[in-house]
Design a protein around this ligand. Sequence first.
Ligand code: ARG
Length: 576
Amino acid sequence: MSFMDMKTKLAGLMAQCLTDTWQDAQGLPTAEEIRGLLAVPPDPKMGDYALPVFRLAKALRMPTAKIATTVVEKWSHEDVARAEAVNGYVNFFLNRVNFAAETLESVLKAGENYGSSDMGNGKTICLDYSSINIAKRFHIGHLSTTMIGHSLRRIYDFLGYKTVGINHLGDWGTQFGKMICAYKLWGNEEEVEKGGVNELVRLYVKFHEEAEKDPALDDQGRAWFKKIEDGDKEAMRIFNWFKALTLRDTERVYKLLGVTFDSYAGESFYNDKMDRVINELKEKNLLTISEGASIVDLSEDNMSPCIILRSDGATLYATRDLAAAIYRHDTYHFDKCLYVVAYQQDLHFRQIFRVLEKMGYEWAKDCVHVAFGMISYEGQALSTRKGHVVYLEDLLNKAVEKAREIIEEKSPNLPNKDEVARQVGVGAVVYFDLHNDRNKDIDFRWERALNFDGETGPYVQYTHARCCSVLRKAEAFAAAEPDYSVITDDEAQDVLMLISHFPQVVRKAMEQSEPSMITRHTTQLAQAYNKYYFEHRIMDESDPVGTAARVNLTRAVRDVIKTGLYLIGVEAPERM
Ligand code: ARG
């Protein structure tokens, strides 16, 4: 599906106009470049789009004013009602009837696929997200990686790419030996089965308390880990069971969020794939010994060395990530591999990507760390050490509960309150997480997440439900050929502009790995539509052709909001 939005169309016409007018000029901007220059003026009285002509003055070797007036003189196209030269700009006033008709018709034709594309056909994107740690509870520190990754995956899918969602489980390290040891000493099967991750955490904490008194325990823990490394049957049975328990607990959260993965190949999966990396590093003369450890020196790149083997021969997180990157490239032949991981791991990924490059893998440039900021809760930093943790499942359940209370109050007669409460509660949390630039830190606040009036998930969902309600009522009206000349007012124009920019916003969100662009755009559309809704009567029995146009506008808004929410992983109830 490809749809040319008005901005792109205008840029093409403009480029054509320039080459027609100045046939010999060198270095004229391309349509793409003009598209980048076209801006939406702050005041609609200054036009729908403005082109800063002074940016062309150099290529044309002509004074700005002369270029602007020439362009205005030469300009003629049915889609532009008029062009004006003002202070170095050419302001374009669209033919609003044509613009409304074209924009709405393309949305109505495509429906919820409006904005999708086949640009990614034949290309594969690996996304490493969520990547939880085994035997730890899923806390809100893992919300952003989960939701940014999930959203990016939907965006890439929507643009025609093949995506591979990978949960790179943190399931390797001596702590698992200690846990088995603790289980053997103080645990019992029934309680672990019942308590799940909570019980594993309890055993692990106990291990540390006891090991302070009796350091010999640490050796026992290490011995158990060695058994895991060697694939000992008993050790593997318990270890895999711990893993299954953790996944069972997290699966509930993923289900609530609607998040899925294609692969759970985590750190342990690479246990037998690291030798290859180590040998290859040796062959390529990249490995040096420093204080007994094997490292890749990165001082030329102003980075601390990447440690491959500790002095006791143990592999590290980085060793496994090198093996993982190579494995993913061999297996999926990715065009890009995105790592959605907190910014604290910035150095780690720069080291990994640089080592891959030094190994001669030119695809290292296709590996991208999609970093994001920290999350705090009601103004308090989270800290496992200080006991200030918020579990994601608790947060989501509480959100659903609160949403339920609000719905009970606002719409007591709603038939499927439970389902809507889940959609609104979970949606509020997800929206909150994805509405700021990902690099910013976030402070989760209930009163901001669940407010039905602010820039929130419930507000946007409510607007969608409002459109659905208008459309239900419209069914009673006889069908008529829409007269788009009734939606040329400024409020309608705002709505239409936002709709027409949507496809481009989705592409930008993909290019910059920034789902929040879609969140904000969808919010603006909801705001613009509400403004329109309050200032105009949609259904008017005495005016069927006008009604048809306004209903079509409503339908397009509904489709675009629904798609926008879908792309950030938020559901859109039809009534609320
Ligand atoms: N499990 C790690 C953590 O919770 C994140 C892993 C990210 N992915 C990777 N390939 N290193 O911090």
